[in-house]
Design a protein around this ligand. Sequence first.
Ligand SMILES: Nc1ncnc2c1ncn2[C@@H]1O[C@H](COP(=O)(O)OP(=O)(O)OP(=O)(O)O)[C@@H](O)[C@H]1O
Ligand SMILES: [Mg+2]
Length: 402
Amino acid sequence: MDPIRNPYAPGAGQRPPELAGRDEQLDRFRVVLERIQRGRPERSMILTGLRGVGKTVLLNALRSTAVRARWGTGKYEARPEQGMRRPMAAALHVAVRELGHPQGDEVDHVLGVIKAFAQKDQPGAKLRDRWNPGIDAPAVTGRADSGDIEIDLVELFTDVGGLAADVGKGVAVFIDEMQDLGPEDVSAICAACHELSQSALPVIVVGAGLPHLPAVLSASKSYSERLFRYTRIDRLSREAAERALQAPAEDEDAEWAPDALEAMYVATGGYPYFIQAYGKEVWDLAPASPISAEDVRVAAPEAEAELAVGFFGSRYERATPGEREYLRAMAELAVQYAENGQEVDEVGSVATADIATHLDRKPQSLSPARDALLKKGLIYSGERGRIAFTVPHFGRYLRAQT
Ligand SMILES: Nc1ncnc2c1ncn2[C@@H]1O[C@H](COP(=O)(O)OP(=O)(O)OP(=O)(O)O)[C@@H](O)[C@H]1O
Ligand SMILES: [Mg+2]
């Protein structure tokens, strides 16, 4: 079928033609915004899930919802080794501008506080060498510039929240890849959210990250479990997966036959990235609408090849030989578990002790590889002593490799 009219969109953070199966989260977020605006108690929100389930896309959709409610919004992606001051300042700068507060001097004051917060990034630097977040207003001293990130973030949120309260709106900060925040920044975010919930200021943090993000937060502050509302973003139900495929096709006057939809669900497991990747290949190779199960079968090798390069391969490349050995051991063990009739949990995790046995190595000697893979976000530990892939179907990909 006409590749120019192909509606499917595989890609990191690529807006899907149809955001299927997320109505509940979007509706709930609207309620949260409305409640915060009215000074009702609400918790900040955290979305967690595997690679490619649609966390970034949902985060962006939530942001659009906040923008439509005329909130001030800002977003950034956390990176390991990067402190929070600059990206948080940049995000809040955008948010404050979006608020459209009518009083220039009040806005300038808060922008000055944001600037001071950002510039504390390089304590020793001379004034002219200091990084400027693009704020013209002069930095304000004595606010959010103590150098203690926890204190400073609380003051920053308080001032930004005050500005939002003036105009009867709120500010939402979206943080993607939140598991990559450094420990100090994590504890500052928790402390700031704790403070916000007590003072009923209209500021909310919405985070997205890998499945172990809740563990990262609670390791930092034990009260974090009560601070955030956790929502697990998962693969799509059969019905939602159908809509993700059918609705965009209908917009192009095409359709999927029922058996094709069935075949697609089997092939993709309902994982959004796989749905888009398969959808794209099948569309291009199918001779005509309606798309049939046979078309899916014919296109499957192409789709898998595309995934092997774009989705799996790009991640596998980032692992060193030692780390790859570790990953392969995980993949092989999962099969062994199944063969031995051992119980396998929902996420297909394996025991780290078994990996050592499998590779005939001392557990300590494998720690560096494991830690590096955790840091690269390729694996995660949801439960002590167990480890799982963050990438769905990664084990299958690795086993097909050799
Ligand atoms: N609800 C949905 N319906 C249909 N397609 C979706 C949905 N959510 C995401 N997608 C598609 O899935 C792909 C992955 O989405 P996204 O990049 O948001 O995932 P992610 O969870 O952020 O992944 P990562 O952990 O790698 O950052 C994109 O191509 C996107 O268009
Ligand atoms: Mg993402």
